[in-house]
Design a protein around this ligand. Sequence first.
Ligand code: OTU
Length: 639
Amino acid sequence: MKPEHPDLLAALRRSLLSALPMDRQALAEVRFDRHVGALVGTLQALYGKDDATGFDGWLGELLQTIGQCLAARPAELLALDEDRLAHPDWFLQSRMLGYCAYVDRFAGTLDGVRQRVPYLRELGVTYLHLLPFLKMQAGDNDGGFAVASFEAIEPRLGTMADLDALTAQLRASGISLCGDFVLNHVASDHPWAQAALRGEARYRDYFHVFPDRSLPDAYEAQLSQVFPEVAPGNFTAVPALGGWVWSTFYPYQWDLNYGNRAVFADIAKALLGLANHGVEVFRLDSSPFLWKRPGTSCVNQPEVHLILQALRAVIELAAPGVLLKAEAIVPTAELPPYFGSGEARGHECHLAYHSSLMAAGWAALAEQRTDLLARVIDGTPELPSSATWLTYVRCHDDIVWSTLKPEIAAGGESFSQRLTPVSRFLAGEVDGSFARGQAFQTSAEVPVFGSNGMTAALTGLSTATTADEIVHAERRIRLLYALALSFGGLPLIYMGDELGQGNDESDAHAALRDADGRWLQRPLLDTARWIARDRPGSPSARIHALLRELVQVRKQLPMLAADQPRRRLTTADPALLVLARGDAFVAVMNFSALPKTLPLSALGDIDNSAPWSDAFTGQAATAALSLAPWDLCWLVRQP
Ligand code: OTU
């Protein structure tokens, strides 16, 4: 913010403080001095051009809203904010472990989740991502990603009081709640959309509405499609609006118009409201789509980053303990801006999904070669301090293959030639495939798009019958999770994976799956497996134990913290992947159905002067490592 606006600055300060009780004013002033520049600078760039009418007054109102949210912030969360500010690397530690689940699938209701907190603790979870739990559109709602209110909980799942009780218990248990913040669109039955439908001009401006097809057609020529089969096109005809509304996803998910500053203000307020209920991490759903620009693909536009930086400044003022996570399923090279670039480096999101690492892991498993994975790892940029990747094996969505386009092009290959066999392998359509997933949104014209399926189905555990097949499938699960846990990031377990749970094949959910194949990986928690996790020898006990072992060993290894250096070591064998973390940790991963031997001396330029030992058994490493099919090894030594 330019120093030539001292009057504006003073007015904004007054606006912020006017909403605050005396005992929070000093705190607010410190934060104001530190963050007002970023807030006003980004908002000016977005909304203040050409002396937009009333801009200064609007800013004042925004600061007042922020002040009101800070005034309303419970004392316990205020204390948490201070603690987080004092330890900005709290979420980078190797003790961190994420778990991701739908509320109803995992435990019925928010209160049911509260009762499962001991289970999460037993697993070592410190971060819980619950998929959308806010009031959702009645009927179809994309698993809650069509939000009908930012202020109410979906009645089936509970109440705001239940959310408060859950976040309190999670906090007491050292678990941070991550909630989806679906800010790109709202449901067509959200009050803003309803007001637009009633013809209120103020709310019509909350959306991108076009009277005829001319602009939609022009845009459409440059846009890609997120759901080409299940929801083709990016615009929906809405007779009551007298035209076409932008709907990147399902027709009932209407994209918000961030060109309208009122949208930003309402969204910022909604975010702070949820933060005050104890949501500590916000998954910013579909972040790349927030800004539309004619003649472009309308993803990753520079204004997206101004919006996210402005939101970051908002939380720095009123809830600085909160983290922002970009859900940007784009190639790795396009992700650094989501952490802030240039002067804003480190002042945007704290977290982003490393989606190409996830996809490349599955490709490596299917192809028994690690070159794509190696290219992804080598191309993974350094991040600002106090920021990291979300590393994961599966999530509620499909495995999106397009994120690997650059790595495939770098090898001089065609995307569909390289990945069609992978997609078919994971769908079990290739002879000898162990996988039982399904291709998503593919057709004759689009042979590769996404792949669905639970980890256990994609790794062959669900269909394994012989002892060998079972062991191999378990090793594949261990291998992919070991990658997520050793890469350097915040690793995430997807509900059911820890029990070896397979695809949802229930009749009750068949209609959902028919409409959208991603429901294949959204089963109800299998309570039989859940109960049997402690029964030695049961299928879930074995998976559960091996994942817990990985997690527990990782927690003991400070070199696996997200901010510790990472380096890939080259090997001659294309089926092996070797990852070093600092000088005292090496992971060797065998993505092959064959046993492998690797002399330690062949590990690139690694210093072998001090003795290595196996992180799981504590035994000294021999001069040559022997890895069974799909096996892995974590070597450690005293630094
Ligand atoms: C996100 O997804 C959610 O994770 C999906 O569950 C929702 O359907 C969608 O937003 C709409 O809210 O846009 O930037 O399989 O990866 O839809 C990434 C495609 C998204 C998803 C994509 C994604």
